[in-house]
Ligand binder design. Structure first.
Ligand SMILES: NC(=O)c1ccc[n+]([C@@H]2O[C@H](COP(=O)([O-])OP(=O)(O)OC[C@H]3O[C@@H](n4cnc5c(N)ncnc54)[C@H](O)[C@@H]3O)[C@@H](O)[C@H]2O)c1
Length: 509
């Protein structure tokens, strides 16, 4: 149930839905289940009947699976009615539009509806990328216009964003939020800003992964593996881009970037623009970053780990926890530990940089780059281990490090030198964007985290993620990346910097 409480009785009784495509039908289904009478209208002839059949089919399956009774299904079916014309929506106390994503079409629809509905009726838009304020701007009563943004598929994605425009009446926001709860969804209140909350928070995952690919740090399948295994994400960014389709995701990347006046944190990648041009959309075109055979992605095998005889290992990790974990690993593998002040002449040197490349870290610590291999310690050594070499690292030492880190069967990924490992870079960018959402007051900290868990399926919301990995470490990663690249994309949000310095959780308001 939404917000951890029982659904409230809905403050609305008769709901109109205009546009009965993917979103309109989902909204209609959960509205009927919440006890509302739902009128469906669509421009295309036959669309409403198709939607009624589709939703009816969902309820029939629910009955088969004993999730609802035949009587309930009948009651729900009876509450779905066709509005053949817009005028048939006259008795509705709220109308939600889920038509084509075009500002002029939505404005024209609301202007027409204003001439049909009572003055007290609410006009809600399911837009995902347009400004609610702009949609309301041509209405006679903009105070009754609000964003009510659901996610696809609506019955399964238990979250809805409630977005008042600049002139929306507070009472309308309260009533619509109560409706979202009555429909069984977590209602995330957010300000009318580009991407609202969830699509804004989702900017970092794909764009930073694309930057890693663009810098040839490693291949797309390795980036996906690292983020799934080490980061706990359900799906890697390239699998996700393939699932959504570049026709949708590249357009969203560009739209939010431009709406924020070319904010570098959201900068899209030329890689996706070109792939889009080539028609490599993803699953829907059978080829995206992966090729699909019978709907299954063709994922390249991981290279087998090399064999290596035990070799002396010198540990140059600078923080105690990482040093301890690496020391324990060397001893569990039964390899000799070089505990000298400086490494012996043939020892493998393991370093653990944060947001710094292996080259700079080796030089800063005055270590021989040809024997240095960096280990990502951000997530510890569970599930997968990520290694990074300098351009001078000898292959022999790279393979010794791979054999050592994989001695117990844990998979090991090796990447080229980068200012930050895959996990560090992607996590730091997610946390930073989440912090800036909090800084801008788009939503409350707790709302940001819950909305991202539900809307994006991340293992944690961005603020909790920063606290989980340690917000000081995240700040160090970003500061080092900014210093090395000069790219303002990596400038830390003041929300993050202040809390990290003061040793406060990012979730604190
Ligand atoms: N699909 C998603 O993942 C998703 C998620 C969140 C929000 N949205 C937003 O929801 C809205 C609808 O998206 P969708 O994916 O359901 O689209 P869709 O193409 O599946 O359905 C749109 C429906 O609206 C009808 N329509 C178009 N113009 C109309 C008009 N002027 N009057 C009446 N009916 C009209 C079409 O005939 C069609 O049946 C868009 O604003 C979209 O941005 C979509």
């Amino acid at each position: 149930m939404s917000n951890g409480t029982s659904p409230q009785p809905t403050p609305f009784h008769t709901l109109g839905i205009v546009g009965t495509g993917a979103m309109g039908r989902g909204i209609a289904q959960i509205a009927a289940q919440a006890g509302l009478t739902v009128y469906l209208h669509d421009l295309r002839e036959g669309a409403v009947a198709e939607a009624q059949d589709f939703i009816g089919g969902m309820w029939s399956r629910g009955v088969q699976k004993q999730r609802l009774s035949e009587t309930e299904a009948e009651r729900f079916r009876a509450s779905l009615k066709e509005a053949a014309t817009l005028e048939d929506l006259a008795g509705c106390d709220i109308v939600i539009e889920a038509i084509v994503e075009k500002l002029d079409a939505k404005q024209a629809l609301f202007e027409q509806l204003e001439g049909i509905l009572d003055e007290g009726a609410v006009l809600a838009t399911n837009t995902s990328s347009l400004s609610v304020t702009a949609i309301a701007s041509t209405c006679r009563l903009p105070q009754r216009v609000i964003g009510f943004h659901f996610f696809n598929p609506v019955p399964l994605m238990k979250i809805v964003e409630v977005i008042p425009g600049l002139r929306t009446a507070p009472e309308v926001t309260e009533r619509v939020a109560a409706l979202g709860q009555a429909m069984g969804h977590f209602t995330a209140r957010a300000t009318d800003t580009p991407g609202f909350l969830v699509n804004h928070a989702g900017r970092a995952f794909g764009t930073e992964a694309l930057r890693l690919l663009g810098e040839s740090v490693t291949d797309h399948a390795t980036i996906d593996r690292i983020l799934v295994d080490q980061g706990g994400f359900r799906m890697g960014p390239f699998s996700l881009l393939d699932l959504t389709g570049l026709d949708v995701s590249h357009a969203v990347m560009e739209s939010i970037y431009h709406q924020y006046y070319e904010e570098p944190r959201f900068r899209p990648s030329p890689l996706t623009r070109q792939r889009l041009t080539a028609g490599l959309l993803g699953r829907k075109s059978d080829e995206g970053f992966y090729r699909y055979l019978d709907g299954k992605p063709q994922v390249p095998e991981e290279a087998p780990l090399p064999e290596a005889q035990p070799h002396p290992v010198w540990i140059g990790a600078e923080d105690d926890a990482s040093r301890r974990l690496l020391t324990d690993l060397v001893s569990a593998a039964g390899w000799p530990l070089d505990s000298g002040e400086v490494p012996a002449t043939d020892a493998l040197c393991l370093i653990a940089p944060l947001g710094e490349d292996a080259t700079s870290c080796a030089l800063r610590l005055n270590l021989p780059a040809e024997r240095c291999v960096a280990v990502d310690m951000l997530a510890g050594l569970e599930r997968r281990r990520s290694l990074m070499t300098t351009p001078a690292t000898q292959m022999q030492y790279r393979d010794i490090a791979r054999a050592l880190l994989g001695y117990d069967g844990t998979p090991v990924s090796v990447m080229n030198d980068s200012n930050g490992f895959v996990l560090q870079r992607v996590v730091a960018c997610i946390v930073n964007v989440g912090c800036d959402i909090a800084q801008q007051g788009v939503a409350e900290p707790a709302t940001i985290d819950r909305a991202v868990e539900l809307g994006l399926g991340y293992p944690r919301g961005p603020l909790a993620m920063g606290d989980h990995y340690g917000n000081r470490r995240i700040l160090t990663i970003l500061d080092n990346m900014l210093a090395a690249t000069g790219d303002p994309r990596y400038r830390a949000s003041p929300w993050l910097r202040r809390r990290a310095i003061l040793d406060l959780p990012l979730t604190s308001a």
